[in-house]
Every structure is written in C-alpha cells, then in structure tokens.
Ligand binder design. Structure first.
Ligand code: ZN
Length: 280
C-alpha cells in the first residue's frame, strides 16, 4: 500500500488526496484532519477541527477555492471538540448550515441529558463530573456558548449527502451514536471520521509517537464498542481505494481495501471484553 507522496500542498496547506478531495492535516498532537470536497461548482467542508483551527481552515479553503467561494455546507462526522471545534465560527463567517446525523443533534445543541446518556468512559470519569462541579449557571453559560443550535441541521443519511451529489452517507455509530462516514462510490474514496483512523490512537506510545497505522475509534471517548466494531466491518465491505480518517495520514492505493479488511477482522476478534462494552 502506498503512502501518499509528500504534500503538493496549496499555499494554505491543503493537498489533493483524490480528485476534488483536499486534506488539511494531519496536524497537531492529535494529528487531526479536515477535508474540503468539491462537487461541481460548489464544495463542502467535512469536519472542522479544534476550536483554534478556524483561521487556518479558512485560509486553506481560500487557497483551494478562492476567497469569495464559501462552502454550501459544513458536514460533521460527529460532534466532538476535535471535529466540530470551529464549526460555529466558520458557519457564521460562511453563512452556511452545519449538517449532522439526527442522533448527534442533541449533543451539538448543548443538551446535558443527551451528553450523559451518550457519554464515553472519559466523559463519565472526567468531563461530566467536572461539568457538575462547575455549578449550574456556569455550566449553562458554557453549554450555550458552544452550542451549535443556531447553525445545526439534521440530515437523513439515506437521502444523500447535502451539497455533495455523488457521495453517500454511511452510518457508522459506535464512537458516538450518530457518527457517519462519507463514501464516493465512483472511485471508492472513503472519509471515515473516527470510525477508523490511520493513527495508532489506542496505544499511548502510538499516540505520543504519532505512529501511523489503522486503528478503531479512540476508546476512552467512545460510546458503544460493539457498534464501533460493526461499523469498522461495514467500512471494510466498501473496499475503499482511499481511506481518509479524522486522525493520521490518509492512505491510498491498491492495498488499502485489503489492509482495512484485515484490520476489521482483528478488531472484531480482539477488542471485545466479554460484555462487548468497555468502561461503563
Ligand atoms: Zn477525533
């Protein structure tokens, strides 16, 4: 399997990893990626990085599409702070909606009850106790500040991808309840968010050394491990030629489908505890 040749990047730092698909990343300690996808005369942003990433995402977009060409939409694979962090800021600048699976909407809109219901282990152990300790007024102010409710729109996964004809939405729950991936069947390009990543996120050494390699979702922030495994198998069945995850360097080439299939087999056999869940 070939790694992508080193970047022929635009001045804004994005590089074309497949026709009309540009990647900004991997960047930072978490090796985060965002994608810019052109369709006809318009384009959409897939994921929006951390909160601090807004200016660099905007710069990269302008270097690919020009300064006066905002996207038709921002699409989120899921609503975690390393993927939705700049969504509100960019949606306000670009005056475009932020689309997500209906099951992500309550969390995007700052609903604490939904956050509790769909919490991953890290949320249970750290995030939610911290939020409870904050006190109600501070907590509500914080949730209101980060809420996407002014810009968020649910979309029906079976009805195509808003703004991107030629792409389909593949529900890949597990990391979060409404996690989705995006697939262009014509040349088998697959954008996976955190359902599968190309960085060893689940080992401390892998994360610290930023080791490249296929991995399932980050375990400590995942909601349902059994569903996560089924989602990896779903993605493997698509036999992608390009695998563009939310963390790590995108993979391309004839070996990608086989590598993903082998990983899916390993992942479904090895990662389970007896009850098929972790943490809770
Ligand atoms: Zn992530």
């Amino acid at each position: 399997m070939a790694r992508l040749p080193e970047p022929e990047s635009t001045p804004g730092g994005a590089r074309e990893i497949a026709p009309d698909v540009y990647c900004l990343g991997p960047r930072g300690r978490t090796q985060t990626d965002v994608y810019f996808v052109r369709s006809g005369s318009s384009w959409a942003l897939v994921d929006a990085g951390w909160a601090k990433d807004g200016p660099s995402i905007k710069r990269a977009a302008e270097s690919v599409f020009g300064a006066d060409t905002p996207p038709v939409s921002i699409l989120l694979t899921h609503v975690h702070p390393d993927h939705a962090g700049s969504a509100l800021e960019l949606a306000r600048i670009w005056e475009c909606p932020v689309y997500m699976h209906p099951d992500e909407l309550p969390i995007a809109n700052g609903d604490l009850a939904a956050m509790t219901k769909y919490a991953g282990p890290l949320d249970h152990w750290v995030v939610l106790p911290l939020m409870r300790a904050m006190g109600r007024r501070r907590r509500e102010a914080m949730l209101a500040r980060s809420s996407l409710s002014d810009v968020s729109r649910p979309f029906e996964p079976g009805a195509g991808v808003p703004g991107l004809p030629g792409w389909e939405c593949i529900p890949t729950p597990g990391h979060t309840p409404g996690h989705v991936s995006f697939f262009r069947a014509s040349d088998r390009v697959l954008i996976t968010g955190d359902a599968v990543v190309t960085l060893k996120l689940n080992s401390l050494a892998g994360l610290l050394l930023q080791r490249q390699g296929l991995s399932g979702p980050p375990r400590y922030t995942s909601w349902g491990w059994r569903a996560a495994k089924e989602s990896v198998a779903t993605l493997a069945r698509l036999e992608p030629n390009v695998l563009a995850g939310g963390h790590g360097t995108p993979m391309t080439g004839a070996g990608v489908a086989g590598a993903l299939r082998a990983f899916a087999d390993r992942f479904s056999g090895r990662a389970a505890k007896p009850n098929g869940k972790i943490g809770h």
